[in-house]
Design a protein around this ligand. Structure first.
Ligand code: HEM
Length: 550
């Protein structure tokens, strides 16, 4: 069957006239989903991996290849496998065209289905249904809410810094886990109104908070996110089968716990609303208010599929997807930023100069939200890290049931029906045509300009976060609703960390500090997403970090 399907798909690929590469295993083969990248790493260890295996077989290959593969096969090429065809696009104009042609290139629901842990949600819906979910959930993302993000991020970052500089064992090898706790805490405070004081990864392991039910949300969410592929393949019931390992059964338990926790939160909010208290503006409160309000006459007339409110199941599913989309993206970005800064002491001085210029008070809690927009160098650091290591790396669409014409350099190509369309952010962000001869050079200054020849800090201008060749938070209708949320959070954390402290990698063996910095940089570039949804650094624990007071 595999060979037969591959032959059929090969003939479709040849018909298009586009360059193509062949892989023998479908990326959504269940075995491959669970163990594909580990298998490739094993082949690499024994030096039996072929060139193609090294390039296009692992999960996250687009993120690791970046623009390199496009230099060899062109800015648009196909990958053929037994399950179908993928078209990989790095050209900026074509990416914008695909995003503009929303009806021709629709969201690839097959590849997004992993996020249907609790049923459909705004990430796995299209058209009117998507609009209803988006409208109901994105309403919380106001500037008032971003002010809350600023305040809670500062509090959490203070806790994180205290942990790293006072309580954690040096060198710190849990940066990736510690940053996840920070983003989870900010999200819980801002979206769910649940405030946690910061505890590092090792501390949380010891204090299991067994008698504090609010921690069940945190733990169950983390477990679900870590087991998302197993959940996708086997479903809740399948995970409980007699033959499955304990960790899979725990994942099924986590699904039930998260669900009952969210339903309890909703009930609490509804009771509050019933008593006339509608003061809360966090996401759960808003959704509870919307679901308990009676439909208007026009909504009733529109029928059930057009009504504005969401059912409890839909609320649960959306809260899950917001928790997923808002947590790991930001924590992965933060971990990469810290590694990049550890490799670049000059950039640390550069942002510290700006932070100290604008934030004079030693007490971070007193920093007002207006400071956020002034910290442009911090914004540039975030953009430069997302340019080089992006947690999503791809926007995935599909041609759907009909083939679609696409004009590439003046020639019209017919892209077959059901082709998965991979808009490669990782390639777009590093194509030499857009970023110069050395696109992998780390240089946040590329996003800054000035209106003053004397070079005063106040005259500095930060480039827009979405440009012709750059869209780390996507673009168009499905632009990330948490864009400003994540920008505010990351800038606040950088301000707290780098006002008076510096980070450096701890040298291993006979390494010099310069060699350790190069190792930190290189480690940050190798990512994978086997077993999870986003591109994460493969072995972040290999780089130990230490913080020193300036
Ligand atoms: C550095 C951090 C972040 C980055 C780089 C990022 C990037 C993106 C990108 C590229 C998309 C489009 C995905 C696609 O179309 O396939 C997206 C969608 C989304 N993001 Fe973010 N995001 C970040 C943080 C956040 C935060 C903090 C939240 C919420 C608190 C959030 C919530 C969402 C949601 C719900 C969607 C789906 C929107 C829809 O389909 O309508 N993101 N994000």
């Amino acid at each position: 069957w595999t060979a037969n399907s591959l032959v059929k798909n090969l003939s479709k690929a040849r018909e298009t006239g586009l360059p193509y590469l062949v892989r023998w295993i479908s990326p959504i083969n269940p075995f491959w989903l669970l163990y594909g990248s580990s298998f490739i790493r094993l082949c690499q260890l024994f030096r039996i991996a072929t060139e193609d295996m090294n390039r296009i077989y692992s999960y996250g290959w687009e993120a690791n290849e970046r623009s390199k593969i496009h230099e060899d096969y062109g800015e648009v090429f196909l990958v053929v496998h037994p399950g179908g065809l993928e078209i990989v696009i790095a050209d900026s104009e074509l990416i914008y065209e695909v995003l503009r042609r929303r009806k021709d290139f629709r969201r690839n629901m097959e590849e997004m289905a992993v996020l249907n842990v609790y049923g459909k949600n705004l990430s796995t819906l299209d058209d009117d249904e998507w609009q209803r979910h988006r409208k109901m959930t994105a309403v919380t993302f106001t500037e008032k809410n971003n002010e809350l993000v600023w305040q809670h991020s500062i509090i959490q970052a203070k806790g994180l810094l205290e942990y790293w500089t006072k309580r954690a064992v040096n060198p710190i090898r849990t940066t990736h886990n510690d940053t996840k706790i920070l983003t989870l805490n900010v999200l819980a405070a801002v979206l769910f109104n649940r405030v946690y004081s910061y505890e590092g990864f090792e501390e949380e392991k010891q204090n299991d908070h067994a008698d504090d039910t609010s921690y069940t949300y945190r733990k169950s969410l983390a477990k679900i996110l870590n087991s998302i592929i197993e959940i996708f393949i086997f479903g809740e019931e399948g995970l409980k089968a007699w033959w499955t390992p304990k960790s899979w059964k725990q994942a099924a338990g986590a699904m039930a716990t998260f669900q009952s926790y969210i339903y309890n939160l909703l009930d609490e909010e509804k009771q509050r609303i019933a008593k006339g208290d509608v003061e809360n503006h966090h996401l759960v409160a808003r959704l509870a208010q919307a679901s308990s309000s009676k439909p208007s006459v026009s909504e009733k007339e529109q029928g059930p599929s057009n009504k504005m409110a969401l059912t409890e199941q839909e609320i649960l599913s959306n809260l899950f997807v917001y928790a997923f989309a808002g947590n790991d993206t930001t924590s992965i970005a933060l971990t990469s930023i810290l590694l990049h800064l550890a490799a670049s002491p000059g950039t640390q001085e550069w942002i510290s100069e700006e932070i100290n210029y604008y934030l004079k008070d030693d007490e971070p809690e007193s920093w007002d939200f207006a400071s956020f927009s002034k910290l442009k160098r911090c914004g540039a650091v975030i953009m430069e890290t997302l340019r080089i290591t992006h947690p999503l790396s791809l926007l995935v669409k599909t041609t759907g049931p009909t083939s679609q014409p696409l004009t590439i350099k003046g020639t019209v190509y017919n892209i077959p029906a059901e082709t998965s369309v991979h808009l490669s952010i990782a390639a777009l962000n590093t194509l030499p045509r857009y970023w110069g001869a050395n696109p992998m050079e780390y240089n946040p200054g590329r996003f800054m300009s000035t209106s003053d020849i004397h070079g005063s800090i106040e005259a500095e201008i930060l480039a827009p976060d979405t440009q012709e060749h750059f869209m780390p938070w996507a673009w168009g209708q499905r632009v990330c609703p948490g864009k400003r949320f994540s920008q505010v959070e990351l800038v606040a954390v950088l301000a707290v960390l780098f006002r008076s402290w510096r980070v450096s990698p701890v040298p291993e063996g006979n390494e010099t500090i310069s060699q350790a910095r190069v190792r930190a940089w290189k480690s940050s570039l190798v990512v994978d997403h086997q077993g999870h949804m986003l591109h994460e650094i493969v072995r972040p624990d290999r780089v130990g970090l230490q913080w020193t007071k300036e």
